[in-house]
Design a protein around this ligand. Structure first.
Ligand code: ADP
Ligand code: MG
Length: 334
């Protein structure tokens, strides 16, 4: 009988210790990868954050277009080859998104992006229509052959998985953390946000969406749990010439910056790779086509900000516009 009285405090103490061991304290890790600053923070051991970073670095080393030792570099140089299982999986994901968006997202747009100077850090230029037309002859994801781990590119084609790599890397890093028992984390991959679980108190993560017309300020806040939120915005990388603004998101149908009325496209879904590719694709499609795509494809939520001052959101989202943001909110019918 007496023993029972001692057992209770001991059990309590044990629980407290276990809770501490599992949830740990909040740790943060900043690093530079994929051309951007990444910040990983999670209620997890520092070594786990290091492991998550290594996953990102590893993906970058395989898919970089500029690193001579990367697998994608070799594909572009040799017109194909055999890649690792991981790179094949990423290429497969990317090609799935190219097909799903009917080429609004196209991994073979790379030479066009380069002609505009968006790959070379600052040497921007407006190529002629003839130049982009010639480059477009080699743009067509449908002609890429992926057979297991064997890749064949048609003559003259070059690919870039940069449009899905950050989202894919976030997804893989989150999966790694979850596998190691982490239930609360926020991974920021240069604006691509990937959450793990919720905040430690169980409430959702709050992700701010930048105001595309005033990127220092924000247009609203979306609440998410365990999902990714990825934004493509024309303001991210752009230049001005003769009063015209040109940005890094290309319309593969024209070889010129996509100008279909969307100035910011955010996609929220479980799969960060899908979010990354779709945010680019919806930006290219414009609001009307994007709505039709959302209805037919499903499985994701979106926040579109248009150049006529509207914010279009899907009904499943918990989105709160900022008081100061000058946009009319339109929530789509379910
Ligand atoms: P970032 O990845 O730079 O944050 P986005 O996710 O919006 O920005 O992707 C834009 C990048 O993807 C561009 O820098 C370019 O390399 C590439 N890209 C541009 N247009 C397209 C497109 N239509 N399809 C696939 N990739 C694209
Ligand atoms: Mg993207």
């Amino acid at each position: 009988m007496k023993k029972k009285y001692y057992a209770l405090p001991f059990l309590l103490l044990l629980c407290t210790l276990t809770a501490c061991g599992g949830a740990a304290v909040q740790n943060k890790l900043d690093f530079f990868a994929m051309d951007t600053v990444m910040t990983f923070s999670a209620y997890a051991d520092k070594s786990l954050l290091g492991g998550a970073r290594d996953i990102v670095m590893n993906i970058e080393s395989r898919v970089s277009t500029t690193l001579e030792s990367s697998e994608v570099y070799a594909l572009n140089r040799d017109g194909g080859g055999t890649v690792s299982g991981e790179t094949a999986a990423l290429l497969d994901t990317a090609l799935t998104m190219c097909r799903a968006t009917d080429g609004a997202f196209d991994v073979s747009i790379y030479p066009v992006v380069r002609a505009w100077g968006f790959t070379t850090g600052g040497e921007y230029r407006v190529p002629s229509f003839d130049e982009t037309a010639a480059l477009l002859e080699h743009v067509d994801y449908a002609r890429i052959r992926l057979d297991g781990q064997s890749v064949t590119l048609p003559e003259g084609m070059e690919i870039d998985l940069g449009g899905v790599a950050k989202g894919y890397a976030g997804r893989e890093a989150a999966a790694y953390l979850r596998k190691h028992g982490v239930t609360s984390g926020l991974l920021n991959l240069g604006g691509n946000v990937q959450t793990v679980g919720s905040k430690p108190d169980g409430s959702p993560w709050r992700v701010a969406i930048r105001d595309p017309n005033d990127p220092q300020s924000y247009a609203g806040v979306v609440e998410i749990r365990d999902k990714a939120a990825v934004t493509s915005g024309g303001y991210e990388r752009c230049f001005e010439e003769n009063g015209e603004t040109y940005w890094h998101i290309m319309n593969p149908a024209t070889g010129r910056p996509a100008r279909n009325g969307v100035v910011s496209a955010t996609v929220i879904a479980d799969d960060g790779a899908l979010c990354d590719a779709l945010s680019t694709a919806l930006f290219v499609m414009g609001a009307e086509k994007a709505e039709r795509f959302w209805r037919s494809y499903g499985g994701f939520d979106m926040i579109l900000i248009t150049d006529d001052g509207e914010t279009v959101v899907t009904p499943g989202l918990s989105y709160t516009p900022a008081d100061s943001a000058p946009y009319t909110l339109r929530t789509l019918e379910p």
